[in-house]
Design a protein. Structure first.
Length: 111
């Protein structure tokens, strides 16, 4: 699995994913959402973002992606994001074609 992190994801989350053995890249800064979406699709990466616009399945149909993870956690402290990502990775084996909206202690999955 490869992850593409939106610029709104803390570096500690990137460090956690890399230390867990995953390939991880940040998106270039300043990309518009549609550009970020295209980049994730072309690189065949799972997109990780805090931008709730990506939860709109009309704009970003999950079946076109290798996975979309929207971290809807407030406040977005790195340790909270890492805890939820760790739980998600332990419980979800396939992200292909799915939108996962992650809140503290719960995950909403849309396919």
């Amino acid at each position: 699995m490869r992850f593409l992190l939106d610029e709104n994801i803390p570096k500690r989350v990137k460090d956690f994913l890399e230390s867990s053995g995953y390939a991880v890249d940040y998106s270039p800064k300043g990309l518009k959402n549609r550009e970020l979406a295209s980049l994730a699709i072309s690189r065949e990466c799972i997109l990780v973002t805090r931008d709730k616009d990506f939860a709109n399945t009309n704009l970003y149909p999950p079946n076109q992606f290798h996975g979309i993870i929207v971290l809807d956690i407030h406040p977005p402290r790195a340790e909270k994001l890492i805890k939820e990502m760790s739980s998600l990775l332990a419980n979800v084996k396939s992200f292909e074609g799915k939108l996962l909206v992650v809140k503290e202690g719960e995950v909403e999955t849309v396919e």
